[in-house]
Write a protein that binds this ligand. Sequence first.
Ligand code: ADP
Ligand code: MN
Ligand code: MN
Ligand code: MN
Length: 390
Amino acid sequence: MDLDNKLYRAFDFNLKPLNPDVTVCEYVWLGSQDMRSKTMVIPKKVTALEDFPNWNYDASSTQQQSLTSNDIVLKPVFKCPDPFRQKNIPNSFLVLCETVEMDLKTPAMNNHRWIANKIIETAKDQRPWFGYEQEYILLKHEGSSFTWPLGFPKGGYPLPQGPYYCSIGAKNAYGRVIPEYHLNACLAAGLTIAGVNAEVFPGQWEYQIGPVEGIGASDQLWMSRYILRRVCEDFDLEVTFEPKPVSGDWNGTGCHANFSSESTRNIGGYDKIVEQMELLSLKHKDHIKVYGANNHLRLSGVHETSSMEKFNYGIANRGCSVRIPAVTVTKRCGYFEDRRPAGNCDPYLVSGMIVDTFCLNGKYGDEVLSSYERVVGKPKTTDAERHSST
Ligand code: ADP
Ligand code: MN
Ligand code: MN
Ligand code: MN
C-alpha cells in the first residue's frame, strides 16, 4: 500500500468540523482530456445550486486554450452529496461545472453541454429520457504506468472470453470491490444508478445510469465517472473507457445510450420508433463522428457491435447500430438502445445528437458537429498569434 492510501485511511477518524455550518465542495469539471477537481471551503451553510459561486482555474495547466486569458470560469450546473466526505462533513458536495470564458457565456474548449442543453430544452415538451450503460476496464499498476488489465497475468493473456460476463468466483470475476464500492458511493451521492454487471472482457464491468429526463442524465453520467476514478485511487487502480484497449479477440468498451420520449413510451410508441429509424439512418455519419474517439477500432461488426459504415436496426439483435429491446416490441411501446457510442463518449454530444435527430428533425445537428470540431479540428493558437489578431 502506498503513502496516498495510508493518508486516505486517516480520514476514517471521526473528525468533524468545529463549525457545523461549514460547506466543503469539490468542484468537478472536464479539462481537455481528463476530468479535474479542486476543493472550495465556504464558511457557511450552502445548499441551493444557485448559491454555489462561480470559480476559475488555470487553463494553461489543463491543455485547454482560453480565447481571452489563462483563466476559464467554472459555472456550477449540477450538485450532489459528496460520498467521500459525507461521514465527516455533512455539508459536503460534488459540484459539476460547465467551463466558460471570462464573459461567462462563450463555452470553453471541450464544453459541449451548452449545445446539448439548448437542444434538450427545445425538445423538452417531448420529455426525453436517457439511460446509459457505462462499461469500463480496470487497469493495474505496472512499473510507472497503468497498462495491463486487472485479471491479465503479468505480460500474458487470460483464458479466452466466455466465463467472465456476469461471473462469480475469484477465477473469473476480477476486482469486484470496485463496482461494489462505486455502487455504494453513487447511491450515497443520490445518483440514479440502475444496476451493475461483470462484462465479457476479463476485468471489465458495467453500470447503468438512468432512466433520467433531460440533460441531468448526462450530468449524472459524468459525475458517476468521476466517482469511479476516485474510488479506484484507493486501490491503486486506474479505469480505461477506451473503446478497444486490447486488440484481437477481446471485446471493446461501449456506452450504450437508451432513449425514449413521451411518444415512444405511450400507445403507438413502437411504431414511432420504427418510423424515426429512417432519420437516424440518414444522420448515421454525423452521429458516429461525435460518439467517441477511436470508436472505429471497436465498431468492427464482431464482438456484439455493428459496422461503423452502415446503419441498421434490429429487434433484440445486439449486432445492430440500434436495438429495439424485446420488451418494447412486446409492450408495443418503450425505448430503443443506440449501441454505437464508445465507452469514452461525451454523453452531452451523444444525447444532443439523439434528441436533435429523433425529436427536432436534425435542426441543430450542424451546431453539435461544430462544437465538437472546434476542439478536435482546431490547432492550438499560440500567444503570439492571439496577440497579432487583436
Ligand atoms: P442491456 O440488455 O442492453 O444490457 P441494461 O439493463 O444494461 O440493458 O440497460 C438498460 C438501460 O435502459 C438502463 O440504463 C435503463 O435505465 C434504461 N432504460 C429503461 N427504460 C428506459 C426508458 N423508458 N427510456 C430510456 N432509458 C431506459
Ligand atoms: Mn447492459
Ligand atoms: Mn454491456
Ligand atoms: Mn446494452
